[in-house]
Design a protein around this ligand. Structure first.
Ligand code: NOJ
Length: 546
């Protein structure tokens, strides 16, 4: 079996917001089927579907109540089978989101588990409260805090104990010390692989195994993390998944990995260790934040590009991304979505797609979709944003500060509907959309950009096609040549071929004289004399191989 996933460009779909076909205001599988030709035309080879399983939607599907069924909002299993089949016909492979750190509290296992005598009790992590001093009040089993800005333990009246949840209280953590849980997960993976999917994106995979439940060192966020981030137990489980399931299929795995360093990441994704094929890391997405993602600092291209270069050098293969369903839009964050919308979106495309590794594009990124101009908490759907806003209120953060956190960083920025046309709701739905449609769909949409050869979308198509046809861009080595205040220059090279990628984050003119054949320019220029326009990116084929 070849490492075909190294040669393809991946595209993430957030199904709720992609394309609605039955007018209920929620995207669906038939909508994805309808848009497959669009994705083919774009040059996509892998589709990552955010969860489409049964779920009460406390966290928009990342709380699964049945891993073997499709949520009726999205359609039926027949639709799913048809999608897999049609995609394969177009040589597009589908990977599913495997959310296995936790289930929904409405999953059958958890319902059973509430009964202390049930064989399912041990599928989750239950503990009695600690004795509560003089007051006699019950105390939580430990001092850990959750990813969603709340306690990690929820008391269950029925069984008189607490259960652990690293995310919302409707997302109880599975107990990976129980071999039965591991077997259940493997059988779910086989179920989907047998259906013809080509792999998994594993949600927060490096926290699944908890070493101990002791108190953690007190921290501003995620107290307790030293007891569960990248434990040896997780490595063993990943090797077991690989040995007993994944290696039997022509598939790959990409794992979302939190709080990893290049060293701990390499332990998860080094090909010789037979764990993950690649992982999503976060350090480059944290270069404009301090302490937590909610506290922003000025975006500094140099810091950002140095971090990207560090990870390029550290890992044999990276999963590269600038956006996903948890992050604000890249053109609003790393570019300039007002004065240089097109220019900076194309520059970011170049930066991303020319790196070594598998590039992941998030729906709408290819037309330069921007953050949403939210004006009040009532427009916000995301559970994480609501929790954080509440916590910030309890901590007496000034209202302006609180609101700016949500407005600039909140995940709903990425979750507004895909903008297909200038028509009603951007062509996403003929009904009432589950979340606001960005008003700028009138200008930023697929239809108008398809018709315009100079659009962001047309540029993505050109660039992807160039990458798909270029061995050196797909698998060549990476070398950073220059990283300055607003210029990033790097080489990709293989045998006797070399391509130099020059990207500018400057709002004015800059210079980087270099000899060679101009392959592509975001300004559509015919030749390159070393001067760069604002946010310009160019690709130069070089002859000297020094
Ligand atoms: C990471 C996912 O990307 C995010 O959307 C989700 O809320 C958490 N994991 C919990 O599953």
């Amino acid at each position: 079996m070849t490492n075909w996933w190294r040669d393809k460009v991946a595209y993430q779909i957030y199904p709720r917001s992609f394309q609605d076909t039955n007018s209920d205001g929620i995207g669906d599988l038939r909508g994805i089927i309808k848009r497959l030709p669009y994705l083919k035309e774009l040059g996509i080879g892998i589709l990552w579907l955010s969860p489409v399983y049964q779920s009460p939607n406390d966290d928009n599907g990342y709380d699964i109540s049945d891993y073997r069924d499709i949520h009726p909002d999205f359609g039926t299993m027949n639709d799913m089978d048809e999608l897999i089949e049609l995609a394969r016909h177009l040589d597009i492979r589908i990977i599913m989101d495997m959310v296995i750190n936790h289930t929904s509290d409405e999953h059958e296992w958890f319902k059973e588990s509430r009964n202390p005598a049930s064989p399912y009790r041990d599928y989750y992590i239950w503990r009695p409260g600690k004795k509560g001093g003089l007051s006699g009040k019950r105390k939580l089993p430990n001092n850990w805090t959750s990813f969603f800005a709340e306690d990690c333990w929820e008391y269950d009246e029925q069984s008189g104990e607490y259960y652990l949840h690293l995310f919302s209280k409707k997302q109880p953590d599975l107990n990976y010390r129980n071999p039965a849980v591991i077997e259940e997960v493997k059988s779910i993976m086989r179920f989907w692989l047998d259906k013809g999917i080509s792999g998994f994106r594993f949600d927060v995979i490096n926290v699944i195994y908890k070493n101990s439940l002791e108190n953690g060192r007190k921290r501003f966020i995620l107290t307790g993390r030293e007891h569960y981030v990248s434990c040896e137990g997780t490595h063993e489980i990943l090797r077991d998944f690989r040995r007993t399931v994944l290696s039997e299929y022509d598939c790959f795995s990409v794992g979302e990995s939190v709080m990893v360093t290049p060293k701990t990441a390499a332990d998860l994704a080094d090909p010789t260790r037979h764990e993950l094929d690649m992982l999503f890391s976060f350090e480059h997405m944290e270069t404009d934040t301090v302490i937590v993602k909610w506290f922003r600092r000025r975006f500094a291209p140099k810091r950002f590009c140095e971090t990207i270069a560090k990870w390029q050098n550290a890992l044999e293969w990276n999963a590269n991304y600038l956006e996903n369903h948890d992050q604000p839009r890249s053109v609003s964050r790393f570019g300039d979505d007002l004065r240089f919308h097109e220019e900076s979106a194309k520059m970011l495309a170049t930066l991303l797609l020319c790196l070594r590794g598998t590039p992941f594009i998030y729906q709408g990124q290819e037309i330069g979709m921007t953050n949403f101009d939210f004006t009040s908490m009532e427009q916000i759907e995301d559970i994480e944003s609501h929790n954080v806003y509440r916590l910030a209120s309890r901590l007496h953060f000034p209202e302006r500060f609180r609101w700016n956190m949500i407005r600039l960083v909140g995940r709903d920025n990425a979750r507004t509907p895909m903008q297909w046309s200038a028509g009603h709701c951007g062509g996403f739905t003929s009904g009432k959309p589950w979340i606001g449609v960005n008003e700028n769909h009138i200008k930023i949409n697929v239809e108008s950009q398809t018709a315009n050869p100079d659009s962001i979308l047309s540029y993505y198509k050109k660039l992807i096609s160039l990458r798909n046809g270029s061995e050196v861009l797909r698998s060549g080595e990476f070398k950073a040549i220059r990283i300055s205040k607003d210029l990033f220059v790097y080489d990709r090279y293989l045998d006797n071929e070399k391509i130099t990628v020059i990207v500018s984050f400057s709002k004015t003119f800059s210079r980087y004289p270099i000899k060679g054949e101009l392959l592509l320019s975001t300004y559509n220029r015919k030749d390159f004399d070393g001067s760069l326009m604002p946010y310009e990116a160019v690709l130069i084929r070089r002859e000297d191989l020094t």
